[in-house]
Design a protein around this ligand. Sequence first.
Ligand code: ADP
Ligand code: MG
Length: 213
Amino acid sequence: MIDRDLAARLVVAAHRRVRDHREELSRLDSVAGDGDHGVNMATALAEAARRAEQGDHSTPADVMRAAGSAFHETVGGAAGALFGSFFGALAGQLSRSEEPDARQLVAGLEKGLARVARVGKSEPGHKTMIDALAPAVRAARESLDRGDDLEFVMATAARAARRGARATAAMRPSAGRARFAPDHSLGTEDPGANTVALVLESWAEQLSSEVRV
Ligand code: ADP
Ligand code: MG
């Protein structure tokens, strides 16, 4: 079960992880983009974590919705709007249930992926965050359908996201700023795909640490 406090801990975990990789994310973005991705994501997630910890949200959906708003309000870049849309769609799905569990979370990830693809007009293979998110969501769905629990589902999703992010190194970008210099980024992973992997890894680790206590 995902309650309000767990949702807040997931947002805080995501912030810590992305903050710790801020320089690396900006370095990836500097190869074919403008080098601001790490700062963009760390800034938005710092605000998302601040809002989550404020405690004036009563449901997990409220926490995720506030995180989405933090992305929209603090970051001007493409990824701000796209991650904001992702968290917003996830919140929308979680709000349909009083006590969301792994099923609602996976459905929320699917809604998030669909929203990002629609807003960004991007598909797998365009060398974007979609190339980590799409395989992660597919793996999460398969894991859930096999009967795995929340912790296992998220660990499976995180591994698929990381594999997806690694695979972007071999792609030429056809979306976002990087598409203007398609050859520059050959051999370098997409920054947004890395952020997706970091966020899902932080969620998987948070969930596994909770189960053991
Ligand atoms: P900006 O490109 O505006 O500087 P960021 O540097 O924060 O924004 O984010 C760049 C990341 O955003 C890319 O690595 C990519 O993953 C993602 N991105 C950009 N445009 C799109 C798009 N149209 N669809 C999906 N993801 C995108
Ligand atoms: Mg950038």
